[in-house]
Design a protein around this ligand. Structure first.
Ligand code: 6AU
Length: 280
């Protein structure tokens, strides 16, 4: 399993200009396997959270369609922060339509996701045509795609044969660099006949140190369970990091300081779990 290898040893498995390779290089440089998920609805809050955790993360994940006051300037500022603090951007769009439609959703509309998001994700429900549609837009730009092979939510239907089908599709399409998954799904499925085992990145949401769920189906595990015990590569943490900003009666400056503290805490926990995995 690639889980036994150091991140730096795995970078060469990816195309030199690909986002996946750039992500691994960033993880090594910053000693961080932490992706912050910034699910806030105001542009100013989004930028404030990103600025607060930027030194500690390798990746910033957005849901750009929840930002009520979205403008092109938000993207410009996000990109400036990414440059300044050395992180990549992952728009968590969860594409789920036919190839032709997703290529339009990816390239056009208000958000023009492909123009600024290094990594995005998709469900395989429509079949492999969704990957072709996204690759037509993203591959020339050096973007990379994650397939949702598993989900963190209770009762998810993404499991078993469906998850293995995602691995098979990933072998067939070099635009896919890995998976949203809860464990090393790529170890569950042998490579296609005549093909060597490939390196895939596993990015894992549902990570929290202080809570086991959110009452709406989300299920949390610790960075140690995710990275050391389950062999995943990147922890995705949302409310565990920016939660202070949602609390009433907390002064903004205090909330932002708490966001930074939590970012550091999750970075340390994620990296410790990775080193423990290598040492095992
Ligand atoms: O840490 P949280 O629970 O505040 O946020 C988790 C983030 C949210 C979800 O939309 C996303 O991770 N997510 C995903 C992704 C990243 O694709 C898949 C999944 O199975 N569960 C999940 O929570 O932004």
């Amino acid at each position: 399993s690639v889980a036994a290898l150091r991140y730096e040893a795995r970078a060469e498995a990816y195309a030199p200009a690909s986002a996946a390779r750039a992500l691994l290089a960033t993880m090594v440089r910053k000693r961080s396997n932490l992706c912050v998920s910034v699910d806030v609805t105001r542009a100013a809050d989004l930028l404030a959270v990103v600025a607060a955790v930027a030194p500690h993360v390798c990746l910033v994940k957005t849901h750009i369609d929840i930002v009520s006051d979205f403008s092109d300037d938000l993207v410009v500022q996000l990109q400036a922060l990414a440059q300044q603090h050395d992180f990549l951007i992952f728009e968590d769009r969860k594409f789920a339509d036919i190839g032709n439609t997703v290529s339009l959703q990816y390239a056009a509309g208000v958000h023009k996701i492909a123009s600024w998001s290094h990594i995005t994700n998709a469900h395989l429900v429509p079949g492999p045509g969704i990957i072709d549609g996204l690759a037509a837009v993203g591959e020339p730009l050096g973007r990379s795609l994650l397939l949702l092979a598993e989900m963190s939510s209770a009762g998810t239907l993404a499991r078993g044969e469906y998850s293995r089908e995602c691995v098979r599709a990933a072998y067939a399409h070099p635009f896919v660099c890995g998976f949203i998954a809860m464990h090393r799904v790529d170890d569950d499925e042998a490579p296609p006949a005549g093909q060597a085992k490939k390196d895939f990145l596993i990015l894992t949401p549902g990570v929290g140190l202080d809570s086991t769920g959110d009452g709406r189906g989300q299920q949390y595990r610790t960075p140690d369970e995710v990275v050391r015990a389950s062999g995943c590569d990147v922890i995705i943490v949302g409310r565990g990091i920016y939660g202070a900003l949602l609390k009433e009666g907390v002064a903004r400056a205090d909330a932002i300081a708490e966001v930074t503290r939590q970012g550091e805490r999750y970075r340390d926990a994620g990296w410790q779990a990775y080193e423990a995995r290598l040492g095992a």
